[in-house]
Design a protein around this ligand. Structure first.
Ligand code: CTP
Ligand code: MG
Length: 603
């Protein structure tokens, strides 16, 4: 990079920082104003809904407060993806997870723990019981705590004497209702019913989409818990490979994770290989090792043994399944104390690089995350995506599609992957298994053009773009930022950003693609008509009619849960379709919210 363009980058970064700060103050003002309005609306609801919404609101309020502090800190520190991950990993190594009684004295609990060292942070949550996450300021405190922790005496059974960092608090005496209840942080996503109500109170589609991200995104506490679960697993794998690290990847770290999403993990053995490459000219020693037929065979063998160990010795790990014949072999299990579904893979460094790439795109412009969260939520509600593996479009595929769409704007909102590669410095160079995975890590080097499209416009045009995309002949390529001729006849072809011979959406069949396209067409059409963009003036505190984005979450009005065929739609005048829709919203508004209120769109 020339000195000239470097200087331009600095000037640009300063200007961006200024405008981001101004924007975040404006957003904060708006957010608090809206929350005030919401408090009034919330008083008219059933006590059960009030309780659920109260937790949603408290999460959103807390996040609104934290965010300004975090944004400023981040901008100041200008941390890279790797630095952020390393910091979280190191915090997790100084943390313990403690099962607690539902009521206890928090101060006494903390006083007890403080005997072993300074407690940096702690929080409580409930999931199959009450739990505390406690972060000490030094790792020595954990050793001291463990020295004073007993292996339980179990009657009629025997205990595996594995001393993990998952502990149980034994409170002396009987549990009385007079004990205070600690403040439990919410770890699950709000239901669609809650989201619909929350968003219906907003003043514009843009505000709705911002609010949606805030309601669904992972909280700081949830991310800490995810890193802690990886660290606990690392203790088990460390029995065989002491230098290994278990790292989260995917939506836990790529900034698009929704509360309730799975924890994708990599067993990283690179540290072991790296320290074994010291070359000297004199005498040297080598480890004697077992050899496998291929790298894949070695990965399968390691995962098989660790999977067995997790199953038999891992406290809280249940339902362990070894899926070793998959393209990317994995061990799947539930970690009960956290409520997370975990997928442990090994030798999967390219996927970590894709996570970094998505994280980078998410940081470049706030509209990226808002659009991704909205499209993912819309797709989940309409069963375009599913928590069951199959021929569906996945969240990862949808995210790449949003990135591609934003690269196509005029001027583009996101740079191409090749542009990110061109900005990379020597220390960013990264080749994994012959794939060039180099991308710039310093965000301030990236120069974006000014694009002022609103979220409402972007959402509408996203639906139009994919409602008319020539999927039959073109593939999606975010490296070049261009459509390309499809190299194979699969329904949907999206080139893997780094493993360029792979198709990210190979699993998607023609039926699922067609459902997606038709739903895009219908949603674009609804937004074009603009009627759903108006908030009904007749709504009261008891009934808030879905409008704007929330109207797009209602079942398709033209044919039950599916989407009406293009042919049939053409026969019906537009005015009568919109009338049907509006009537349906009026009739079904409350009913739909009530019916869907019980379902959480997981993943
Ligand atoms: N991945 C990939 N190619 C695929 C599928 C997944 O490279 N065909 C990588 C991506 O880095 C992805 C990660 O594996 O982020 C985890 O996959 P998955 O759990 O399916 O997606 P997430 O992005 O984690 O989204 P979700 O919230 O649905 O878990
Ligand atoms: Mg995932």
């Amino acid at each position: 990079m020339s000195i000239h363009s470097h200087r331009r980058a600095i000037v640009y970064a300063r200007a961006r920082l200024k405008s981001t700060m101004a924007a975040s103050f404006a957003v904060c003002r708006l957010r608090f104003r809206s929350l005030g309005r919401f408090d009034r609306f919330y008083l008219g609801l059933e006590p059960q809904t009030q309780r659920r919404l109260a937790s949603t609101i408290s999460v959103i309020k807390a996040q609104a407060g934290n965010k300004t502090a975090k944004a400023v800190t981040k901008a100041k520190e200008n941390k890279t993806f790797q630095a952020i991950q390393e910091e979280r990993r190191e915090q997790a190594e100084r943390s313990v997870l403690i099962s607690c009684p539902p009521r206890f004295n928090e101060k006494k609990f903390l006083d007890y723990l403080s005997k072993h060292g300074t407690v940096n942070k702690h929080f409580f949550y409930s999931s199959y019981g009450a739990y505390a996450v406690v972060e000490f300021s030094s790792k020595e405190s954990i050793a001291s705590l463990k020295e004073n922790t007993n292996i339980p005496a179990v009657e009629h059974e025997a205990a595996v004497p594995f001393k993990s960092r998952l502990l149980s608090l034994k409170w002396p005496g009987s549990q009385s209702n007079n004990q205070p209840v600690p403040n439990f942080q919410e770890q699950s996503p709000p239901s669609i019913g809650d989201i619909t109500q929350l968003l219906s109170e907003k003043d514009s589609v843009d505000e709705q989409l911002q609010c949606l991200t805030e309601a669904l995104q992972l909280t700081e506490e949830n991310i800490s818990l995810r890193f802690l679960v990886c660290s606990l697993l690392g203790d088990i794998a460390g029995a065989y490979f002491p230098e290994c690290i278990i790292r989260p990847f995917g939506s836990t770290v790529n900034s698009f994770g929704k509360l309730g999403c799975d924890v994708d993990m990599i067993l990283d053995l690179d540290g072991i290989y790296a320290t074994s490459q010291k070359k000297g000219s004199g005498l040297s020693l080598e480890y004697q090792v077992k050899r496998g037929a291929s790298e894949r065979a070695v990965t399968q063998s390691i995962l098989s043994v660790i999977g067995k160990c997790v199953d038999q010795f891992g406290p809280g790990c249940v339902g362990v399944q070894k899926i070793l014949q998959a393209r990317c072999p994995l061990v799947r299990f539930s970690h009960q104390p956290s409520g997370f579904q975990c997928d442990l893979t090994a030798n999967n460094r390219v996927a970590m690089k894709s996570s970094e790439l998505l994280f980078l795109y998410g940081q470049l412009d706030p509209r990226v995350r808002h659009l991704v969260f909205s499209v993912r939520c819309w797709a989940r509600v309409h069963n375009i995506t599913s928590s069951i593996p199959g021929a569906w479009i996945t969240n990862f595929t949808l995210t790449v599609m949003v990135v591609f769409f934003l690269q196509q704007r005029n001027p583009p909102i996101l740079p191409t992957l090749d542009q990110l590669k061109d900005l990379a410095g020597p220390s960013d160079k990264c080749v994994i298994e012959g794939n060039d995975c180099t991308i710039v890590s310093d965000l301030s080097k990236i120069i974006l053009q000014k694009n002022t499209d609103t979220l409402e416009k972007l959402l509408q045009e996203f639906f139009e773009f994919y409602g008319n995309f020539p999927f039959n002949k073109a593939s999606i390529n975010i490296r070049k930022g261009k459509e390309q001729t499809k190299p194979e006849t699969t329904a949907l072809y999206i080139q893997n950003p780094f493993e360029t011979t792979l198709n990210v959406s190979k699993n998607v069949n023609a039926t699922q693609l067609e459902r997606f396209v038709k739903l895009c067409q219908e949603s674009a059409w609804l937004l074009q008509k603009r009627e759903i963009l108006n908030r009904s003036s007749s709504q009261s505190a008891e009934s808030v009619l879905p409008w704007g984005f929330t109207a797009l979450l209602l079942p398709s009005v033209t044919s039950g849960t599916g989407v009406k065929s293009r042919r049939k739609r053409k026969l019906e005048p537009a005015s009568s379709r919109i009338k049907n829709l509006l009537d349906s919203l009026k009739i079904k508004g409350g009913e739909t919210v009530a019916k869907k209120g019980s379902t959480n769109p997981s993943r």
